[in-house]
Design a protein around this ligand. Sequence first.
Ligand SMILES: NC(=O)C1=CN([C@@H]2O[C@H](COP(=O)(O)OP(=O)(O)OC[C@H]3O[C@@H](n4cnc5c(N)ncnc54)[C@H](OP(=O)(O)O)[C@@H]3O)[C@@H](O)[C@H]2O)C=CC1
Ligand SMILES: CC(C)(CO)C(=O)C(=O)O
Length: 311
Amino acid sequence: MRVLIVGAGGVGGYIGARLVAAGMDVMFVVREARRAQLAAHGLVVESPLGNFSGAVAAVGSPSSGFSPDVAIVACKAHALDRALDVVDAGRGPHTRILPLLNGVAHLDVLRRRFPDVPVLGGLVHGALTLREDGVVAHLTPFFSAIVGTETGAPDAVAEEFVRRLSAAHVDVRLSPDIRQDMWNKFVFLATFAGITCLMRASIGTIMCADGGEDITLQLLDECLAVSRAEGFAPDEASMSSYRRVLTEPGSTFTSSMLRDILSGHRTEADHIVGDMLRRARRHRIDTPMLKIALAHLQCFEATVRHNERTL
Ligand SMILES: NC(=O)C1=CN([C@@H]2O[C@H](COP(=O)(O)OP(=O)(O)OC[C@H]3O[C@@H](n4cnc5c(N)ncnc54)[C@H](OP(=O)(O)O)[C@@H]3O)[C@@H](O)[C@H]2O)C=CC1
Ligand SMILES: CC(C)(CO)C(=O)C(=O)O
């Protein structure tokens, strides 16, 4: 099975390493600086689930001869349009496109851009980061992935992809309702990223603040109301597990969006919190916490852009 991966950052690098270990023919498309790192040191992953280190195929633009079975999009949301140009250039007649971004809005972007191409949905759980030295560091003791066809219809390529990853000991499953799975994570993440960024703190620290638990649960309720209006409310078992994780005393859990803020990088604020708020407005749902969370993130983004211009 041939897999093209656009982006060898946290998610792309990690999943790519596992695919190589699963014996798949993997081709990364990366930009110049990352290409130089990969050429010099190979792909290096440090993970509590097993390290990986080895040479990988990495190109600046995809070759027409590769014709992948699956093209994985593993960029941040603000890089999506350019990454899809790469996918378009590298796809073959039967390529499935598998985006692994957080959020849900990109599925509609993909559907509009590739109306006749099989698009899969996907998501990953686990915290991964690309360090300055080029190492992909896996920060959580777990990693799991969910993949599924948009319609839930069986797809032999998606099944084979999951089977091969699973044989390489990756916790991965095929979902009959991937949109719902993506919405579940969207509800959780909009709350988790929104509150940890607003407070610049871990869940445990927020729980020590006056009203910390109340505002976290209020934000979660607002996101739940939006998901309900959109027809994708998580089931009660999922919601109660989100409430537990988001209010756990002493938890050191922080979002990758907070890590982006603390290192001065652009965030996916608009794709996650912004998208949730736009949907709330469309349904005339009052979401005061979401409004504050987005305004705060927009101020941060504006400052990053200003700093980039004046550097
Ligand atoms: N990291 C995590 O723990 C998790 C992340 N996610 C989601 O996964 C997605 C990816 O996140 P993450 O892996 O952390 O992001 P990273 O920033 O670590 O990696 C993204 C990579 O994509 C590359 N890229 C962007 N555009 C292109 C392009 N046109 N051609 C080639 N390479 C490109 C970037 O390269 P360059 O360095 O050159 O800009 C970068 O290395 C996000 O939507 C995130 O929310 C989901 C779950 C967990
Ligand atoms: C919630 C988590 C850690 C799950 O993978 C994540 O996706 C993020 O922080 O962006």
